[in-house]
Every structure is written in C-alpha cells, then in structure tokens.
Design a protein around this ligand. Structure first.
Ligand code: SAM
Length: 294
C-alpha cells in the first residue's frame, strides 16, 4: 500500500513545515500566520530569529529549539508530543524548513511514526535567486552548501563537471571567494549569477563570469547572504568533456600542445582556447595569453 499522509483521523497531531521570509517580513503567507497562531508548539532552528518574527505578527506560542546539534534528543521529544495529539509547526532560520537544515530528519521520524506531515509553502532563497538569475530555469539542480573537507569538496565538484542543468549553491560570504576559485578550477570561466540579500534593502543580483567576481571580491570583500547560480555545461561541452574515470591525454601535454592538438581536430583557435581552459580549469584569458606568448 502506498504511504498516504492522513493521520488527521488517528488522534495524533500534525507536523506543519511552515516557510518564513528570507528577509522581507511581508513575504509571510496569511496561512503561515494562521498556522503559527493555531499550533500548540513551534519548533525553531534559531529561536532568537523566530521570536522576532512572532513578535512582529503578535503570535504568542511556546517555542522550542530544534537544530543540527540537538536534533536527536529534541526530535524524539517532538515525536512524543505529536503522538500525544499536539500540533507542531517547524520553522527554519529563514525560508523553507527542510532545505539545508535538519527539517528532513524530523519529517523522516514523523513518517516512521505514522504522523501526518503537511506543508505551508513560501520563500526558498535558492529558487528566488534562480528565477532572477537570467540563467536557464527549465532544468536545475540544488546542491546546498559544498562540503568543507578539501578532498570531498573536490570530488563533489568533479562529479558536477558534466552537469548540463543550472546548478544552485548556498554559500556564506566569508567563504565565497574561496568557493569561486574552486568553481573556476573545476568548471572554467562559466557564466554565473550571485543573488545577494534577496528581498532585503540591499538586494542585488550580479551576473557575469566566475573570474570577474574573483577579481571583484579581491577588492571588496563580500557581505550579506548569497545564493550562487552557476550555468550548466553546454550539451556539446559535456559530450566532449573527458570522463572523470578516464585520463585525458591532453593534460600531459604542454598548454600550447594542448591548444594546437584541439585546433588540429578542426575547431577554431578561439574555441580550442576555451576548451583548453575548461579542461585544465584555467581562465580563458590566461590560456590565451600563455598560448600567444609561446
Ligand atoms: N531554508 C532556507 C531556504 O529555504 O532558502 C535556506 C537556509 S540555509 C541554512 C542559509 C543559506 O540560504 C544562506 O547561506 C544563503 O546561501 C541562503 N540565503 C538565505 N537567505 C538569503 C537571502 N535573503 N539572500 C540570499 N541568500 C539567502
């Protein structure tokens, strides 16, 4: 039998995943305000943040914290309460619970315990950034935060090299310059959009190539919250890109030999330079300069 979400008639409570604004408080939905005012308890990723929201809308409800480092113990307590018939709203720091926060774990626990889970939809930072990026929105992948560990980060990025869909990442401002360098090393100088401080006073959408932003942030350090929207590999690029599992013989050539080899396959010099940059994870301009100097 398929799993049908209809615990409403079983006497247990319901878990409501309630999306909250990512900046502008006017983005809360009427339903979210109603549900937050009706539930028995609100579980919040960051109670300091949520209390501001509740005060703004004059909602007075018991608030408990539920976040990455207490999710095991708190999760079981919340399940007990739900089994006893209490209705609980789960809210994240901002945006939609379950996206880059431990909401997913609580949902799984509810499903395991036959507890009804429902959603009160609203803002999602990555989607808000995507739709104003100007990059293709028809097909995209959400990658959240990249792993911090150097090796797994590289493996993860390498696994995305042939991805043709638009790729969305979260990033903290102080790590953005390093991440941009890693993106350039992996994908070459692709088109990218940086959606900053969405829905807030200093909202900005910056569009360009990865190397331009590396240069920009060498002068002015990034500030605020960012979503990274990266163009996918072009279909032809993806097809020509060497499989990660097989060695690319061009990589053992000098840079000049690499470009000349690609030209000898019949592609124009401009494209050979672009392709070399992509395959070697270099800036197009650097490949051009070095090729022309030799
Ligand atoms: N649950 C949230 C959602 O649905 O969008 C995502 C939470 S995640 C822990 C936090 C990340 O979301 C930030 O590091 C940033 O990448 C992104 N973010 C949140 N608010 C944002 C905003 N107003 N503008 C740009 N990015 C934002």
């Amino acid at each position: 039998m398929p799993d049908i979400n209809k615990a409403r008639d079983t006497g247990t409570g319901t878990l409501y995943l309630v999306a909250t604004p990512i900046g502008n408080l006017e983005d809360i939905t009427l339903r979210a305000v109603r549900i937050l005012g009706e539930v028995d308890l609100i579980a919040a990723e960051d109670t300091r943040q949520t209390i501001k929201l509740l005060n703004h809308f004059d909602i007075k409800k018991p608030l408990v914290s539920y976040y990455e480092h207490n999710k095991m113990t708190k999760g079981n307590i919340l399940i007990e309460k739900l089994l006893n018939g209490e209705n609980i709203a789960l809210v994240s720091d901002a945006g939609t619970p379950g996206i880059s926060d431990p909401g997913e774990d609580l949902v799984k626990l509810c499903i395991k315990n036959n507890i009804c889970v429902t959603m009160c939809p609203g803002p999602v930072a990555s989607i808000a950034g995507l739709v104003i990026s100007g990059l293709p929105t028809g097909r995209f992948v959400f990658e959240g935060f990249l792993p911090m560990n150097k090796k797994s980060r590289k493996q993860h990025l390498d696994s995305l090299k042939r991805e043709t869909r638009t790729i969305l990442f979260h990033e903290a401002p102080h790590k953005l310059p390093y991440t941009l360098k890693d993106l350039l090393d992996t994908f070459g100088d692709r088109s990218i959009a940086l959606a900053r401080e969405l829905t807030k006073k200093h909202e900005e959408i910056l569009r360009g190539h990865i190397s331009e932003f590396i240069e920009l942030y060498e002068q002015i350090p990034p500030k605020g919250e960012y979503v990274i929207i990266l163009d996918g590999a072009k279909e032809d690029e993806s097809a020509r890109m060497p499989d990660e599992t097989s060695e690319n013989p061009c990589l053992s050539m000098s840079l000049k030999e690499h470009v000349d080899f690609l030209i000898s396959t019949g592609i124009p010099k401009k494209d050979a330079i672009k392709e070399t940059a992509l395959q070697r994870g270099l800036k197009r301009r650097d490949v051009y300069n070095e090729y022309e100097q030799n």
